[in-house]
Design a protein around this ligand. Structure first.
Ligand code: IMP
Ligand code: MG
Length: 173
């Protein structure tokens, strides 16, 4: 599977950045009642590494949404496949995502979670592709800003596969 990718971010680069983000979160959320919200499926390696790099006590909870509409781009019509098992009301919620592309998914997820009246709601993404943005969504923590490439690995998939690559690579069909 490696022959279909050109490495963009190495395992070492990712792990260094994850440790930096973890330290920043530990400082920013010290003493706060935090719920780390992971968006499945793509976030699983990043979430596992980031949560272990954040030396704080917090609750983790997962949510899975799907954007329908066909094609390769999300439509913004977000359906909840799995909801959080934790309440975020009056608590600090940090949504963790693999990549922000058009922004439509996080825009909807953010509004949905804001309705539950968290004390604060922030967003952390491993990758940001700002050139593709279609709606404004505030992203508070960004691992890496990348150009408009279709990337796979470290959680990111092509047709559900290649998530288990330990690095992030540009996909060549
Ligand atoms: P958005 O609603 O367009 O921001 O959609 C973000 C979602 O699209 C991510 O959670 C990914 O599942 C998917 N996505 C966007 N860009 C890529 C990519 O380059 N590789 C793999 N998945 C991507
Ligand atoms: Mg995803």
């Amino acid at each position: 599977m490696r022959d279909r990718t050109t490495p963009l971010l190495t395992e070492a680069q990712i792990q260094t950045r994850v440790r930096e983000l973890g330290a920043q979160l530990a400082a920013d959320y010290a003493g706060k009642d935090l719920v780390m919200v992971g968006l499945l499926n793509g976030v699983y390696p990043f979430f596992a590494d980031l949560t272990r790099a954040t030396a704080l006590e917090f609750e983790v909870s997962f949510m899975q949404v799907s954007s329908y509409g066909g094609g390769t781009e999300s439509t913004g019509e977000v359906h909840i496949l799995k909801d959080l098992d934790a309440s975020i009301q009056g608590r600090h919620a940090l949504v963790v995502e693999d990549i922000v592309d058009t922004g439509l998914t996080l825009f909807k997820v953010r509004n949905l979670l804001l309705d539950r009246e968290p004390a604060s709601l922030k967003i952390c993404t491993l990758l940001d592709k700002p050139s593709r943005r279609r709606v404004e969504v505030p992203v508070d923590y960004i691992g890496f800003t990348i150009e408009d490439h279709f990337v796979v690995g470290y959680g990111l998939d092509y047709n559900g596969k290649l998530r288990n690559l330990p690095y992030v690579g540009v996909y060549h069909p």
